[in-house]
Design a protein around this ligand. Structure first.
Ligand code: TPP
Ligand code: MG
Length: 310
């Protein structure tokens, strides 16, 4: 969680310095969800995420350097600089992105899970998405088909209460999201998304059920983003007090306090942790700074698949 927090703080700084351009959606405040859930997954499982996915990529094991290079638009980036912040992708860790389309990852995840089921592979596809996606038609299509075909997919809904500036209760008649999944016969329950241990426990339980043939499961993580939706957002839709209130439950601070309290961590342990993270990020920035852009001649490469000549 500390790695993700510090990495994104650096990204915000680099964005202000116009080193990173385009869109940038920070995950700060929500780290417990990706970190907790990722502990329950195995190397062979697949991950699908949204445009707020730096934390998921880092927690999955995509290197900080290749993510930073991607942010810079460099060809050394995990998507060759063609994706940027919203489209991190890494075949080696089965990280299927990053997706700028709200709800766009859901059919990808259901398709991956369908392939696994048809080929009788015991793999799980974990699909992270924001609560804003429940307003999309494809959310309902995906819930229906996943349940109907009993697909090995885990839906991980990150309910941070807002979709850009729209509060959930302003756009949905039913704000109990587990109930929406349950209506498709998908087992679903809410989880404290600010508590990394609760997130891991819930994910383990759900992943085990999915892996053992129990069909799709749905977790609603109740969480909060501390920063703006993206770098352009005056945040007129929420009060400063509300943000401050949620910050008292900061997942990094509260987990650190818990570890201290239980005698598992002291200040001497923390210092090298901070130093390691700082060194890793400094190296990632150095790597990105030294990066190169793809040549113009390659602009249309990958638009169509490359066939070998017969
Ligand atoms: C299909 C589609 N409609 C609208 C948008 C514009 N848009 C970008 S982010 C966003 C809000 C999504 O909120 P949520 O799913 O709750 O995710 P969060 O940003 O809170 O993590 C919207 C409406 C989009 N990217 N895709
Ligand atoms: Mg949201």
């Amino acid at each position: 969680m500390l790695r993700i927090r510090r990495f994104e703080e650096k990204c915000a700084e680099l964005y202000s310095a116009a080193k990173i351009r385009g869109f940038l959606h920070l995950y700060i405040g929500e780290e417990a969800v990706a970190v907790g859930a990722m502990q329950a997954l195995e190397a062979g499982d697949a991950i699908v995420a949204t445009y707020r996915e730096h934390g998921h990529a880092l927690a999955r094991g995509v290197s900080a350097a290749s993510i930073m290079a991607e942010m810079y638009g460099n060809r050394e980036g995990c998507s060759r600089g063609r994706g940027g912040s919203m489209h991190l992708f890494d075949a080696a860790t089965r990280f299927y992105g990053g997706n700028a389309i709200v709800g766009g990852g859901l059919p990808v995840a259901v398709g991956l899970a369908l392939a696994d089921k048809m080929q009788r592979r015991m793999r799980v596809t974990a699909c992270f998405f924001g609560e804003g996606a429940v307003a999309e038609g494809e959310f309902h299509e995906c819930m229906n088909l996943a349940a109907l075909w009993k697909l090995p997919v885990l839906f991980l809904c990150e309910n941070n209460l807002y979709a850009m500036g729209t509060a959930l209760a302003r756009s949905e008649s039913e704000i109990n999201l587990s109930l929406k999944a349950s209506s498709y016969e998908i087992p679903a329950w809410p989880v404290d998304g600010m508590d990394v241990v609760a997130c891991e426990e819930a994910a383990r339980r759900a992943v085990e059920a999915v892996r053992s043939g129990g069909g799709p499961h749905f977790l609603e993580f109740r969480t909060y983003r501390f920063r703006a939706h993206s770098m352009f957002d005056p945040q007129l839709y929420r009060t400063k007090q509300e943000v401050e209130q949620w910050k008292t439950r900061d997942p990094v601070v509260s987990f650190r306090a818990r570890l201290r309290q239980e005698g598992l961590l002291n200040d001497e342990d923390l210092k090298p942790m901070e130093e390691d993270v700082a060194a890793e990020i400094a190296k990632a920035v150095e790597f990105a700074e030294a990066g190169t852009l793809e040549p113009v001649e390659e602009l249309t490469r990958f638009v169509y698949s490359e066939r070998t000549t017969p």
